[in-house]
Design a protein around this ligand. Structure first.
Ligand SMILES: C[S@@+](CC[C@H](N)C(=O)[O-])C[C@H]1O[C@@H](n2cnc3c(N)ncnc32)[C@H](O)[C@@H]1O
Length: 267
């Protein structure tokens, strides 16, 4: 741990925010009364208006042209999916989405990735079992159940792409990641949606869990330089945080090296 003042200040910023239940309820009430509580109702647009403010992409075309089961996505994710998911298109990618809802997103992924893809969804709601059509698959269980998650990945024969669009609760996100990231193939991708829920003011929710978790992953990624033991994983190769969504890449090669070319100078 660095002893510098600047570093301590950053550590303090990254530490979980803990407030007494009284302060949390008071804060929530204050925001409710003053109508400043962050909400999403005013951010909902009919699809034709949403499309006008969405960056064009093949995923966006499929999303807005979708006529099957309902899909619920934040519009700025569409362009990001294109950036991060396009390398899996028309490959035998093994994808797992946490959170099926009405089943429409699995249909979107089928249309996007193509017939070679293996696409599974999991959901805690048994009603989702009838909302997915073959060749897509759904399994019913909780993202907080490591044995269930591992059994689904075993059935899939491995997994290359994971999208967590489940409960959005910090502790759930963390349990799923701790179980599934080690099972993800090298070079695979793990995305977590709706991280803005980490700022929830609702009584009974806990703030700054999943974003603190992301900070720990960043620390672990630099473990070669800090010498500190990994808190979560030594296998994170890259981590890309956007508004509400994070894309985490699993390393292909675990080694870190530095060099100078041509081979004429030695440090
Ligand atoms: C935001 S919706 C999923 C939306 C869907 N992916 C889409 O794009 O249309 C969240 C889903 O997560 C499910 N869910 C909530 N808690 C869960 C848990 N602990 N384990 C698995 N699924 C859960 C809910 O039943 C719900 O269907």
């Amino acid at each position: 741990m660095s002893k510098t003042v600047g570093s301590r200040a950053i550590d303090a910023l990254a530490a979980p925010v803990t407030r007494s239940p009284f302060r949390r309820v008071a804060s929530w009430l204050y925001r409710k009364i003053s109508r400043q509580r962050a909400g999403i109702t005013h951010l909902w647009f009919p699809p034709e208006q949403a499309r006008a403010i969405t960056a064009p992409s093949p995923v966006a075309d499929l999303f807005y042209g979708h006529s099957g089961r309902p899909i619920n996505k934040w519009t700025h994710y569409l362009d990001l999916y294109e950036r991060y998911f396009s390398r899996f298109r028309n490959t035998p990618v093994r994808m797992l989405e946490i959170g099926v809802f009405e089943g429409g997103s699995l249909e979107l992924w089928r249309n996007y990735f193509g017939p070679k893809a293996l696409i599974y969804g999991i959901d805690i709601d048994p009603a989702c079992a009838s909302k997915v059509s073959e060749p897509n698959q759904v399994r019913i269980g909780s993202q907080t159940d490591p044995a269930f998650l591992a059994s689904v990945v075993e059935e899939m024969g491995g997994v290359d792409l994971i999208l967590d669009d489940g409960s959005h609760k910090g502790s759930h996100i963390i349990t799923s990641f701790r179980t599934l990231f080690p099972l993800l193939s090298d070079g695979g991708l793990y995305a977590i949606e709706d991280m803005h829920d980490d700022y929830s003011e609702w009584p009974g929710t806990r703030r700054n869990q999943s974003l603190s978790f992301v900070k720990r992953l960043i620390d672990d990624m630099h473990g070669t330089f800090t010498g500190l033991p990994a808190q979560e994983s030594t296998a994170v190769g890259g981590l890309h945080m956007f508004d509400s969504i994070v894309f985490i890449e699993k390393k292909i090669d675990q080694r870190t090296a530095n060099t100078i070319v041509p081979h004429s100078v030695a440090i």
